[in-house]
Design a protein around this ligand. Structure first.
Ligand code: PLP
Length: 390
């Protein structure tokens, strides 16, 4: 018998930043007090700074989907024409929300593993000048692919539509110039690159999008952007906030600011690059080879092996919780996450474990082949690291 530490290595929830976790213990605080208002104000300001936007940023007690729902219910009216990019399970979620609220949505879909080309968005906008909203995932976590939101944003900016971006795993894994690229609504979630548990959703809102809030007629109550903005300006949230998570977020944002958002992004990008190199050396195929993002790398299981077996063995042999595919991708792919509090040491282990699992399942693997690819990249880029300590 040997020790197996449990390690959470999924693309949400992600590994927790320990000081953030400890900060949650100070949650014996009332939210309508000056003490908490101070925390709330500075957390919103730090969030805005880390997101790199001058737009308003709001926070909700919800998982990321709550903010997606809020964006539709607060900014649109029944029958509004919309363009929804669907390249995976989260794109399908946008389509479902649009449908639930009665938007007249045109779906631009791409096969799982591919992305919707920005030219298709531009063409669809041209074909339907009355379009009010364009919806997309910056990073489609279910496939590991990333959309070109920069080019899409410039196409949308020329029209009367707003660009609504689910950046829940885009934030902290890819550069996103929210204001410069015309990202009118940018959505984030606490359990991704922000290194804290699930339960908080964030949203930036451009002046153009605020204009939509004035004319929108869809019903909403709990998620009320205008009310939340007014409350936020007074240092409070409209309803009882998730005080424990906000204390955690305050601590995590301090760390991200110390590290610098560009370094958090670079960290994910390096780990993603090293992962791609390692799995290719092991003879495995990437699921999204053409537009790989850096939040997560989706890898095809080798022929004849269910990816569920790989996921299960990570858990049973090493206590490592990694992600299977979602929906029809279940059994076909497994996903290695990079967003947030992941480091090279995590990746050395994950790739070594993968080698052991592949060999145990009859695939000829020379131990160290994949790990060497990670070591090589580490040596190339990070031999003298500017390590930032907790
Ligand atoms: C995690 C995630 C979400 C939000 O899912 P919740 O379960 O509501 O937090 C939405 N979009 C993407 C791309 C995600 O990765």
């Amino acid at each position: 018998m040997h020790i197996r530490k449990q390690r959470l290595l999924t693309p949400g929830p992600t590994p927790l930043y320990p000081p953030a976790l400890h900060a949650m213990m100070a949650a014996d605080i009332h939210h309508r007090t000056e003490d908490f208002r101070k925390v709330y104000r500075s957390t919103l300001a730090d969030l805005k700074e880390v997101m790199g936007t001058a737009h308003d940023v709001l926070m909700f007690a919800a998982s990321g989907t709550g903010a997606m729902d809020a964006a539709v219910s607060n900014l649109f009216s029944r029958g509004d024409k919309a363009i929804v990019c669907v390249a995976g399970k989260f794109g399908e979620r946008w389509a479902e929300i649009a449908k639930a609220y009665g938007l007249d949505a045109t779906v631009l879909s791409a096969p799982y593993g591919e992305v919707v080309a920005p030219e298709r968005v531009a063409a669809a906008l041209e074909a339907e000048p009355a379009t009010r909203g364009v919806f997309v995932q910056a990073s489609e976590t279910s496939t590991g692919a990333a959309h070109d939101v920069r080019t899409m944003g410039s196409a949308v900016a020329k029209t009367g539509a707003i660009f609504v971006v689910d950046a829940i795993t885009g934030l902290g894994t890819m550069p996103l110039d929210i204001d410069g690229w015309g990202l009118d609504v940018t959505i984030g979630g606490s359990q991704k690159a922000f290194m804290i548990p699930p339960g908080l959703a964030f949203m930036s809102i451009s002046p153009k999008a605020w204009g939509f809030a004035d004319s929108a007629t869809l019903p909403h109550y709990y998620f009320n952007l205008k009310k939340e903005k007014k409350s936020g300006d007074a240092g409070e949230s409209s309803w009882t906030p998730s005080t424990a998570l906000i204390l955690a977020l305050a601590e995590a944002l301090k760390y991200v600011k110390q590290l610098g958002m560009p370094h958090l992004i670079e960290n994910a990008q390096l780990l993603a690059r090293a992962t791609r190199a390692a799995v290719e050396k092991l003879g495995l195929e990437l699921f999204a080879p053409h537009s790989p993002g850096s939040s997560v790398t989706a890898v095809k299981a080798p022929p004849g092996l269910d990816s569920g077996v790989i996921v299960k063995e990570f858990r049973s042999r090493f206590g490592a919780v990694i992600a299977n595919g979602q929906g029809s991708m279940k059994g076909q792919i497994f996903r290695i996450a990079h967003l947030g509090y992941f480091d090279f040491a995590d990746l050395f282990a994950v790739i070594a474990e993968l080698e052991i699992i592949l060999r145990a399942n009859g695939f000829p693997v020379e131990f160290g082949t994949g790990v060497a690819a990670v070591e090589n990249l580490y040596s190339e880029v990070a031999v003298t690291p500017q390590a930032v300590h907790a």
